[in-house]
Design a protein around this ligand. Structure first.
Ligand SMILES: [Zn+2]
Length: 156
């Protein structure tokens, strides 16, 4: 219901770009890669995606009922996709200084995660239990957002 109004506003408020957008994006769009292990989790936030409009704005109001706050679609919570975003502390193997990264690819850490029913405590516990697992992270040098992740299972 608010969308048309908001769009109207942003159109009114829009000012011409004085900086070429493409050039700016190219400048910051570099990635770095480190290999290390996750030694801390600072934030774990859960988002539930709507089956209709795909926005991550669904609220579970009962065990068998969830409502999208954007399009008002009523749906079963178990049919919705769950997303997590984490702020993790990674200890690199070759550097002494640990680094904070933003991670939204939780299923790559552990495909067995039951994302829909997991609590923040579950997520944090499982991640920290795997602190010995070596992981290679590719992330934006500017955003620290992880874009790729590869696990290396120790061969014992
Ligand atoms: Zn929706």
């Amino acid at each position: 219901m608010n969308t048309p109004k908001n769009e109207h506003y942003s159109a009114l408020d829009a000012t011409p770009f004085t900086v070429p957008v493409v050039e700016y994006e190219e400048e910051v769009d570099t990635t770095s890669t480190i290999r290390g292990s996750i030694i801390g989790v600072q934030q774990a936030s859960k988002y539930i995606g709507c089956n209709g409009c795909q926005k991550r704005n669904v609220q579970i109001i009962a065990p068998n009922k969830a409502i999208c706050q954007s399009c008002k679609l009523q749906q079963l919570p178990s049919t919705c996709t769950t997303f997590w975003t984490l702020r993790i502390l990674v200890k690199p193997e070759t550097a002494s200084k640990s680094i904070y990264l933003r991670l939204a690819l939780l299923h790559l850490i552990n495909p067995a995660f039951r994302l829909q029913t997991a609590t923040e405590d579950d997520i944090v516990a499982i991640i920290l239990e795997n602190f010995q697992t070596s992981v290679e992270f590719t992330f934006g040098s500017f955003t620290y957002q992880v874009s790729e992740l590869h696990r290396f299972n120790s061969t014992s």
